[in-house]
Design a protein around this ligand. Structure first.
Ligand SMILES: [Zn+2]
Length: 498
């Protein structure tokens, strides 16, 4: 019997017999559930639905993130005022077009907010909802953008118009907290490697990169995590840390997310927001258990909003303290690292019976980081080529950038070697003649983690590595320099003209 039949016979191991079924039975209003059987919500149905919410609610402001590569509008829904004394919570979904449950949950949440069900919360927080980032992918029930790129991996480089537009929208209402909603693969590589299906209803993970402010990770761990786990327990759902595994069958290790700066979850952390990934069990099973998947996102996001509104002053104070700590940090930068490994038990289930099948596996633990390349934190970076585009991309990620006057300056220069796909550097002292109008990126700011990830050439996915800052053929010195002392006062220089 083939994998597909076995999957089908097992009903994916999710019969509605688990405890908590009743706890999941409350009203949920979204286009998918207005038909007798749940259906995928088309782009047009989504637009009609949000337009109907505007007609029904005085509290909803409907805007647009922008247009996709194929010209579809990407709606942006704002509830509550985004005032300085209120945390701004961004909820984004469906960066991957074939992961519909998160997006549907955002529509159901918007309906509840529009009906005033959660009104007291909206006196204390601002809520920004992007139900469907990848509108073209969703229209084709496809993971990637129309360009073929993975939106979720583009949050440092910002090479894709949809991702750039999302970050541009965030400039108007800068996030304090971002929740990013996805679905994970039920069978496929899990069957191939472990002969089982993923059993958890939901997997969650905070930002995991060694340059994330400790104060932001602490908010994720001691504040949002208990709120999420409480909601999971009350609904009778099962959860696990988010794990993934590559598509080959040779390497049976699994990874706790990943640490790449360009992953949305990590990029939002590096720019100074509390950042979380929520994934339900849904890729590869069509609309099976769709209502349960949507409710899972809905329950968690409801808990997130309630927790955020419980003591907004305290939340904002903690976020501000974490950002200030980054801005004044003088510790060394961890440019590259490796992750530790340990044994875990994966909560798999038998493909035919749905019975629990706890399975030993080796976990690459992205919370257990061993630094490899460590170097002194510079005062800032000078960028002497592609300065306009670098300034634009960094500014979209909340980095403030400066334009500086001409001067002779002692700096650290990078000698760059490429080995395979990787960039290696050696660092040497040098005196350079800085042209007038050069771009300076100071590190004394909350989004310093983005600046270093983008501009240290050997950091994974850096602007040099990706070619955004081009190097001429045969050139071995990067057109990016480390400024190591404060004497020039450039961190207070003129903001970059854009
Ligand atoms: Zn996804």
């Amino acid at each position: 019997m083939g994998v597909v039949e076995r999957l089908g016979r097992g009903g994916f191991g999710l019969r509605d017999s688990k405890p908590g079924r009743n706890a999941l039975r409350t009203r949920m209003d979204s286009p998918a559930f207005r038909t007798s059987e749940p259906s995928l919500t088309s782009h047009e149905a989504m637009l009609d639905f949000v337009a109907s919410l505007v007609r029904r609610s005085g509290g909803l402001r409907l805007g647009s993130v922008g247009r996709s590569a194929q010209g579809r509008d990407i709606p942006l829904l704002r509830f509550g005022e985004c005032a300085p004394d209120r945390p701004v919570i961004w909820l984004i979904a469906q960066q991957h077009g074939n992961e519909p449950a998160g997006g549907e949950a955002m529509l159901a949440l918007a309906s509840a907010l529009a009906d005033g069900e959660l009104t007291p919360l909206l006196d204390r927080i601002g809520v920004m909802i992007v139900p469907r980032v990848n509108v073209d992918g969703a229209a084709a029930d496809r993971r990637v953008l129309a360009s073929g790129a993975d939106a979720n991996r583009d949050h440092l480089l910002l090479s894709q118009p949809e991702v750039r537009a999302l970050h541009a929208a965030m400039r108007a209402w800068p996030p304090d907290v971002v929740f990013d909603h996805h679905e994970f693969s039920v069978g496929r590589r899990w069957v191939e490697k472990f002969n089982g299906l993923q059993g958890a209803d939901v997997m969650i993970l905070e930002a995991t990169n060694p340059s994330i402010a400790k104060g932001l990770s602490a908010i994720a761990h001691d504040f949002y995590r208990p709120a999420l786990e409480g909601a999971i327990a009350r609904a009778g759902l099962s959860s696990f840390d988010y794990v993934t595994t590559d598509s080959g069958t040779a390497d049976k290790r699994v990874s706790l997310g990943g640490t790449a700066p360009g992953i949305a979850r990590n990029a939002f952390g590096l720019r100074g927001t509390v950042s979380y990934l929520i994934e339900t069990r849904g890729v590869g099973i069509g609309l099976e258990n769709f209502e349960r998947r949507v409710r899972t996102h809905y329950r968690l996001v409801e808990a997130v909003l309630a927790a955020s509104a419980a003591d907004p002053d305290r939340l904002l104070a903690r976020v501000a303290a974490a950002r200030a700590a980054t801005a004044t940090d003088r510790s060394d930068l961890i440019v590259t690292h490796e992750a530790g490994e340990r044994d875990i038990e994966l909560p798999l289930i038998d493909a035919e019976s749905g019975a629990p099948m706890p399975t030993p596996a080796r976990l690459i633990d992205s919370r257990d980081i061993r630094p490899l390349d460590v170097r002194a934190r510079p005062v800032g970076y000078l960028v002497l080529r592609a300065a306009g585009v670098v300034a634009e991309r960094l500014a979209l990620n909340g980095v403030s950038v400066r334009e500086v006057a001409r001067g002779i300056l002692d700096v650290e220069a990078y000698g760059v070697m490429r080995k395979g796909g990787a960039v290696q550097v050696d660092i040497r002292r040098k005196t350079i003649d800085v042209p007038s109008g050069a771009l300076f990126v100071p590190m004394a700011q909350p989004a310093a983690g983005i600046a270093a990830a983008a501009l240290e050439p050997d950091s994974p996915g850096s602007f040099i590595g990706a070619g955004l800052v081009p190097m001429a053929d045969g050139d071995t010195e990067a057109p990016v320099y480390r400024v190591m002392d404060h004497a020039h006062g450039w961190d207070r220089a003129t903001p970059w003209r854009s």
